[in-house]
Ligand binder design. Structure first.
Ligand SMILES: *[C@@H]1O[C@H](CO)[C@@H](O)[C@H](O)[C@H]1NC(C)=O
Ligand SMILES: *[C@@H]1O[C@H](CO)[C@@H](O)[C@H](O)[C@H]1NC(C)=O
Ligand SMILES: *[C@@H]1O[C@H](CO)[C@@H](O)[C@H](O)[C@H]1NC(C)=O
Ligand SMILES: *[C@@H]1O[C@H](CO)[C@@H](O)[C@H](O)[C@H]1NC(C)=O
Length: 203
């Protein structure tokens, strides 16, 4: 009996602190990312989600593999992003392309399409895009179906001295997070189909 009361209190405490995610929801997120081939390649196997990372382009909520159409301008600008934050904490949001230029031959991966650091809780507009603003996905013709991954990491605090490489290709978000003592707490991804083409030839 005591045990259950204690568990109940713990769960109330977690909700107050914005960490609450049902065990089932957390398991589902991990399962979706595994099925999408993104754990452990982009997100480490040790990942424990503590929040939904809800991303909405053109009114459509992203749900692990949702297709959007860059050629119809659906991903031209920063989407609406929502998640549950802990009080007095800072977050980093990234959009990376692990299939650059193609899933078959991702030699430029990850391409960093966006990295916004020092976001106070959920106030994305106050994040610092570190001189590399949102770059809309624009897959080269002939490169097939591609994934784009949103990742949310909780920072150990505000990181005013954070340095970010200027080059967008060959980025490794998990390493960046680990190097800066960040904890990945949320993720989601979408897919796009590149236009037909005989070869996948980045320019
Ligand atoms: C996408 O936006 C560009 C301008 O940014 C416009 O020229 C083009 O017509 C748009 N395409 C569609 C399908 O809306
Ligand atoms: C994310 O979306 C799900 C499904 O619509 C919803 O249950 C959840 O409350 C949302 N969470 C946030 C933080 O927006
Ligand atoms: C934003 O990040 C850049 C480094 O990428 C840094 O020079 C600048 O001071 C930061 N600005 C703020 C307000 O944190
Ligand atoms: C990360 O944490 C370690 C040990 O806790 C510390 O020595 C190091 O300075 C921290 N690095 C950053 C970038 O905060």
């Amino acid at each position: 009996m005591k045990f259950y009361i204690a568990l109940g209190l713990l769960s109330v405490f977690a909700r107050v602190n914005g960490q609450a995610l049902d065990r089932d929801d957390a398991d589902d997120i991990v399962e979706e990312l595994r099925e999408g081939g993104l754990i452990p390649s982009v997100i480490p196997a040790s990942f424990v989600p503590t929040t939904h990372l809800n991303v909405t382009y053109v009114g459509r909520l992203m749900d692990f593999g949702t297709e959007y159409f860059p050629y119809r301008n659906e991903t031209d600008s920063v989407p609406e992003i929502s998640y549950v934050a802990e009080p007095n904490s800072y977050y980093t949001v990234a959009l990376v392309d692990p299939d650059a230029p193609s899933r078959a031959d991702p030699y430029r991966a990850q391409v960093r399409h966006w990295l916004s650091v020092n976001i106070p809780m959920t106030d994305i507009t106050r994040g610092n895009s570190t001189a590399t603003p949102y770059l809309r996905p624009a897959p080269f013709a002939g490169c097939g179906r591609k994934r784009f991954v949103y990742v949310l990491a909780k920072q150990p605090g505000e990181l005013p001295e954070l340095t970010v490489p200027q080059a967008r290709p060959n980025f490794d978000f998990a390493k960046f997070a680990a190097d800066n003592n960040m904890t990945i707490v949320g993720a989601n991804y979408f897919e796009v189909e590149s236009l037909p083409g005989a070869t996948c030839a980045p320019n």
